[in-house]
Structure formats: structure tokens, C-alpha cells
Ligand binder design. Structure first.
Ligand SMILES: Nc1ncnc2c1ncn2[C@@H]1O[C@H](COP(=O)(O)OP(=O)(O)OP(=O)(O)O)[C@@H](O)[C@H]1O
Ligand SMILES: [Mg+2]
Length: 329
């Protein structure tokens, strides 16, 4: 079995350009990390209920719920963190203010506080993840072996995680400041890894390169790169060169069409196939360039295939298996 890449990491943060598969990869990662009887928690912070949809369960309440069982008896739990509930949670945990919290909620004060101060909102969301991570050290019965966060996209991730600078305009001293320091102490430590999901396309790869630089400049721990939705080349390198140069053998294509009973339509089909082949060769060449740019980052990299027919639980297990084989978990 491959050596584990991040044996000491407890919090895995998954970011990337919008739509590249952050939620899917985070879920697969939680499954991969739940190997051999381990328990992982998948946390969602953007109120979109993407995890519930993915695991085909009812919308997640602000409560940890078991959503899947991993091969070997592990468990994946999920939690959709909501800033309002996280604030009440915080008031209750640190100040025993449960009843006051309920009154604040009625007054709409919670909504107000989290809306006027986005920095407060973020520290509450990351703070919840950190609270879960810290359970392990305390030996709590409801501790998890790993926490995977389906985080905001690359454009916002450094700011989202760097709660210190976020609350600096909000609170220089006092409980919020102390809380932010504690949260930052966990997020900026070697027990956290921020992974970026990308596609083999120019824009997401550029965003990944910029994201890695930004995370590093903020002192945030970069983990690996997950190249999602990859497609294997359908032609050999030699065929690809011919496709690009327009020198594929028309005779061979015609013969192949005839052998499957399409000979009568070859006048229409052959030119279309040649165009398709040229497009395909061009795309593969472009993907190779993007792959090379990713390799220059010199970070652990995983490639996940594009699964036909979308992502169901079976697909998640398949992606999780690839992540595990690559050293995740
Ligand atoms: N490897 C894959 N193979 C096939 N489909 C995939 C794969 N990964 C993701 N998808 C599909 O791509 C779409 C986007 O994935 P997902 O929701 O995980 O992206 P996201 O980055 O979380 O998006 P958003 O930025 O909107 O949160 C979904 O329909 C998902 O099922
Ligand atoms: Mg998502």
C-alpha cells in the first residue's frame, strides 16, 4: 500500500475554482480517510446542502449526521455549518448563554451580527471546524479521526482561512480576538492541509497556481492538487500526430466504417471523424501543457477520472479508492 502522504493532518480543507468538483472531491476524501474503522466528518460551510444532495439524504440540520459507511467499517459523518447557529453554539460553549442566544435569535440580532461583520461570520464557520478538530486531543467520545471541509473557492480561500487578519479590524483584544487566535493556531499548523481541485484547463490551473502562491504567502499549509474529471486519450501518440497534421489514413477509416456497416455514409462521416480526431488531439495537447504547469508546483497530485453518468455513491467510492491508492488517508 502507498505510504500516507499526510499522516499528521487532521483537518483537510478542499478549495478550487467554482464547479471543478470541490464538493465531490471533499466527499470522496472523507470516504478515503474513513478507512479501517476511522470516523471522519465532512463539513459544509456555504449553506448550499451540496453534501446532502450528493449522499442523497434529507437536508442536513446543524447537527452531525452519519451519511455513509466506508469499506472496512469506517464512518463518514456530515455537518452543514450555518453562521447563525455557529454563533449561538459559540455563545453557549464559551459563555453558557443558551437562553440569551435564543432571545438574540428571536430579535434577529444573530443575523444582524453575522451580516454586518463578514469576518465574524468566517471565524465562526472555521471556528466550528476547529472545535471539532480539537475534540481528538481532548479525548472526547464524539471526536473524529479527520475533518474534511468543503470550503469556499480559491478566490476567497486565503481570506476565509486567515481569520486573524479578518477579525483584526473587528476586535484587537477580547474574546473574539482570543477565539480567532485559537482558530488560527490550528489552521496555520501542520495538522491542517489545504488541497486545491482543478481541471486540466487553462483558467482553473491558473487559479490553482495563484491560489498556492497566495496560501503560501499567508503562511497557510498547502496540501495536494486534485486534477478532476480527466479523460484518457483515445488515440496513440502517433495517431495524434497524424490527426493534428491532417494525415490520418482515410483508407483505414473507410475500411473501419465498412466493417461496422456504415460504408454507405462514409462521405459524410469521414470528414466529421477527421475533424473530431483533430479536435481531440488538440485538446490532449492542451491538457498535457496544463499537466506540466501543475507538475511545476511540485506538490502531491492526484488525477480523478470523469465518471460517465454523473456522481452517485458508487462513483464516490470509486474516487475515494483512487485517492487512497494515491496516499490520501
Ligand atoms: N469526477 C467526476 N466525474 C463526473 N462528474 C463529476 C466529477 N466531479 C464532479 N462531477 C460533477 O460536476 C458537477 C460539479 O461538481 P461539484 O458540485 O462537486 O463542484 P463544486 O466545485 O463543489 O461546485 P460549486 O463551486 O458550485 O460548489 C456536479 O454535477 C458533479 O456531480
Ligand atoms: Mg460545491
Amino acid at each position: 500500500m502507498t505510504e500516507r502522504l499526510w499522516p499528521d493532518v487532521v483537518m483537510h480543507v478542499v478549495s478550487g475554482k467554482g464547479g471543478t468538483g470541490k464538493t465531490t472531491v471533499a466527499a470522496a476524501m472523507a470516504l478515503a480517510l474513513a478507512r479501517e474503522g476511522r470516523r471522519t466528518l465532512l463539513i459544509e460551510v456555504e449553506g448550499r446542502q451540496g453534501i446532502a444532495q450528493l449522499f442523497d439524504t434529507p437536508p442536513l440540520p446543524y447537527e452531525e449526521r452519519k451519511v455513509a459507511v466506508a469499506p472496512g467499517g469506517g464512518e463518514v459523518w456530515a455537518l452543514a455549518v450555518d453562521p447563525q447557529e455557529a454563533l449561538l453554539d459559540y455563545l453557549e460553549t464559551f459563555y453558557n448563554l443558551k437562553r440569551a442566544g435564543a432571545a438574540l435569535r428571536k430579535m434577529g440580532a444573530v443575523d444582524f451580527a453575522t451580516t454586518i461583520a463578514p469576518g465574524l461570520r468566517d471565524v465562526l464557520l472555521t471556528g466550528k471546524a476547529v472545535e471539532v478538530v480539537r475534540r481528538k486531543g481532548k479525548g472526547d467520545a464524539d471526536a473524529y479521526d479527520a475533518v474534511v471541509m468543503d470550503a469556499p473557492p480559491t478566490g476567497r480561500i486565503a481570506k476565509f482561512l486567515n481569520v486573524n487578519s479578518e477579525v483584526s479590524g473587528l476586535a484587537r483584544v477580547g474574546p473574539i480576538r482570543n477565539h480567532a487566535d485559537l482558530v488560527m493556531g490550528v489552521i496555520a499548523s501542520p495538522t491542517t492541509a489545504v488541497h486545491l481541485v482543478t481541471l486540466l484547463e487553462e483558467m482553473p490551473v491558473q487559479e490553482t497556481i495563484d491560489g498556492v502562491a497566495e496560501l503560501r504567502s499567508e503562511g497557510l499549509p498547502v496540501g495536494g492538487i486534485i486534477v478532476n474529471m480527466t479523460r484518457p486519450p483515445m488515440l496513440t501518440p502517433e495517431q495524434m500526430a497524424h490527426a493534428t497534421a491532417g494525415t490520418l489514413s482515410v483508407g483505414e477509416i473507410t475500411a473501419a466504417l465498412e466493417s461496422c456497416g456504415l460504408g454507405a455514409h462514409e462521405d459524410a462521416i469521414v470528414p466529421a471523424l477527421l475533424r473530431e480526431a483533430a479536435d481531440h488531439a488538440q485538446r490532449v495537447a492542451l491538457e498535457q501543457r496544463e499537466r506540466a504547469r501543475i507538475a511545476e508546483l511540485d506538490l502531491p497530485t492526484f488525477e480523478l477520472p470523469l465518471l460517465g453518468g454523473g456522481i452517485d455513491l458508487g462513483g464516490l467510492y470509486e474516487l475515494a479508492g483512487i485517492l487512497r491508492d494515491g496516499g490520501m488517508g
